[in-house]
Design a protein around this ligand. Structure first.
Ligand SMILES: Cc1cc2nc3c(=O)[nH]c(=O)nc-3n(C[C@H](O)[C@H](O)[C@H](O)COP(=O)(O)OP(=O)(O)OC[C@H]3O[C@@H](n4cnc5c(N)ncnc54)[C@H](O)[C@@H]3O)c2cc1C
Length: 337
C-alpha cells in the first residue's frame, strides 16, 4: 500500500488526506499544533455566491465528507450580507472536533506537535520529511498543505507584528515551506501598493461582550450591520485586505458582524479604544487574533509553482494544495483542491 504523508492539517490537509485514503493509501497527517483546521478555526463563511455551486459540484464528484460537516454545524443558512449572498455560516467553536473524529474514523493517522522542518531527498524525490525533534517520516508521496501565513518574522516584516492568531507560531513554531526546502522558490502575493502579502480579512469578538440588541440580531438573523460614526470610517483599510472581492465601501462605512459562534467582524483589525466608542460595542473584547486591535496575520507569502496535477514544479513526489497551491481566499477552495 503506498504511503502518503500530508504536511499541515488545515482544511486542505484534511481534504487531501481523505482523498488519498479513499484512493487506497496509508495516510498520515503531520500537524505542528494541537488542532486540525488551521485558519478554518476562525472563518466560517461557506456556500456564498459562486461557492454554492462549487460546493455542490464537489459533493457530486464524491467529496462530500467535509461539506457535510460544515453544513451540519451551521449557525445560519441562506443569509445575505454585504458582498455575500445565500451564505451558510459554520460554528467555528464546534467545527474542529467532528472533523478530527471523521479523520480518525476513516483510519487516517494524525500526528500533532509534529512540525516538519526539512526534507531528505534522492535526486528529484523526497524520501522522508524531518520533524523538529529529528524524527524522519518516510513516504511514497508527500502533500504540502502548510498554508501561506507565518512565521512570526513575516508578520513583523510585512504587517504590524505577530497578532497572536490561531496559528500560534510562538508556541508551536512557524510555518516551514517544504517546497522551498526542496529547492523550489515560493511565489509571494502583493498588495495594490506593491507590498508583500495581505492582512487576513477579519477578526472575532466575544459575542457576549456586545450589547444585548446586537447579540439578539446576530442570533436571530446571523448578521448585523452597524453604521460607523463619520470619524471612524476608513476606506484605506480596504486595500490591505486579503479578500479583495469583499473590499466594498459597506465594510468601511459600517461594522459588519456575522454569527460564527463568536461575532466575526469583517475588518482586518480595529483599534479597541475606537471600537468601544460605537454604541453597542462599549465592552467589546477581541478573541482572535488576540492583538486584533493592532493588526492581523499576513497571508499569501508562500505559494509553490505547480503543474495542473498539483505537483510542485521540480519535485517528482511533492504535491501541494490549499493556499500553498494558489492565491485562494477561502475554505471551499482548499477543501476542493
Ligand atoms: C481571520 C480569517 C477569516 C477567514 N474567514 C473565512 C471565511 O469566512 N470563509 C472562507 O471561505 N475563508 C475564510 N478564510 C480563509 C480560509 O480560512 C483559508 O483560506 C483556508 O482555511 C486555508 O486552508 P489551508 O489548509 O490551505 O491552510 P491553513 O489553514 O493555513 O493550514 C495550514 C496548516 O499547516 C500547519 N503547518 C504549517 N507549517 C507546518 C509544518 N512545517 N509542519 C506541520 N504543520 C505545518 C499549520 O499549523 C496549519 O494547521 C479566513 C482566513 C482568516 C485568517
Amino acid at each position: 500500500m503506498p504511503k502518503v504523508v500530508v504536511i499541515g492539517g488545515g482544511w486542505a490537509g484534511c481534504a487531501s488526506a481523505i482523498s488519498a485514503k479513499k484512493a487506497g493509501a496509508e495516510v498520515v497527517i503531520l500537524e505542528r499544533t494541537d488542532l486540525l483546521l488551521g485558519l478554518g478555526n476562525v472563518g466560517g463563511i461557506m456556500r456564498n455566491n459562486g461557492r454554492y455551486s462549487a460546493t455542490e459540484e464537489a459533493i457530486a464528484l464524491g467529496a462530500k465528507e467535509l461539506f457535510e460537516i460544515t453544513d451540519k454545524y451551521a449557525t445560519h443558512v441562506n443569509i445575505d450580507f454585504p458582498g455575500h449572498n445565500h451564505a451558510t455560516i459554520y460554528n467555528v467553536t464546534k467545527i474542529e472536533r467532528p472533523v478530527r473524529q471523521k479523520i480518525i474514523d476513516m483510519g487516517i493517522e494524525v500526528k500533532f506537535f509534529s512540525r516538519v522542518v526539512d526534507v531528505e531527498m534522492e535526486d528529484k524525490k523526497i524520501v522522508a520529511v524531518i520533524l523538529e525533534d529529528g524524527e524522519k517520516i518516510k513516504g511514497d508521496a508527500f502533500v504540502e498543505t502548510t498554508g501561506s501565513s507565518g512565521p512570526m518574522g513575516n508578520c513583523t516584516k510585512y504587517g504590524n507584528g505577530c497578532a497572536m492568531c490561531v496559528l500560534r507560531c510562538p508556541s508551536f513554531g512557524g510555518r516551514v515551506s517544504i517546497s522551498s526546502r526542496c529547492g523550489v522558490e515560493d511565489m509571494i502575493g502583493r498588495r495594490n501598493n506593491g507590498e508583500y502579502g495581505a492582512f487576513s480579512g477579519s477578526m472575532k469578538l466575544l459575542k457576549e461582550s456586545l450589547s444585548e440588541e446586537i447579540q439578539k440580531e446576530l442570533n436571530e438573523k446571523g448578521c448585523a450591520v452597524v453604521p460607523l460614526p463619520e470619524e471612524l470610517k476608513n476606506e484605506e483599510k480596504l486595500d490591505i485586505k486579503v479578500c479583495q472581492q469583499y473590499a466594498l465601501p459597506a465594510f468601511s462605512n459600517n461594522i459588519v458582524l456575522i454569527d460564527t459562534g463568536h461575532a466575526k467582524l469583517m475588518s482586518p483589525f480595529f483599534n479597541l479604544e475606537k471600537l468601544r466608542l460605537v454604541p453597542g460595542f462599549e465592552g467589546a473584547l477581541i478573541v482572535d487574533p488576540y492583538s486584533g486591535g493592532k493588526g492581523n496575520s499576513i497571508r499569501y507569502l508562500s505559494v509553490a509553482p505547480r503543474d495542473n496535477y498539483m505537483r510542485a514544479k521540480g519535485v517528482d513526489n511533492l504535491f501541494v494544495a490549499g493556499e500553498k497551491s494558489g492565491f485562494y481566499v477561502g475554505h471551499t477552495e482548499p477543501i476542493r483542491i
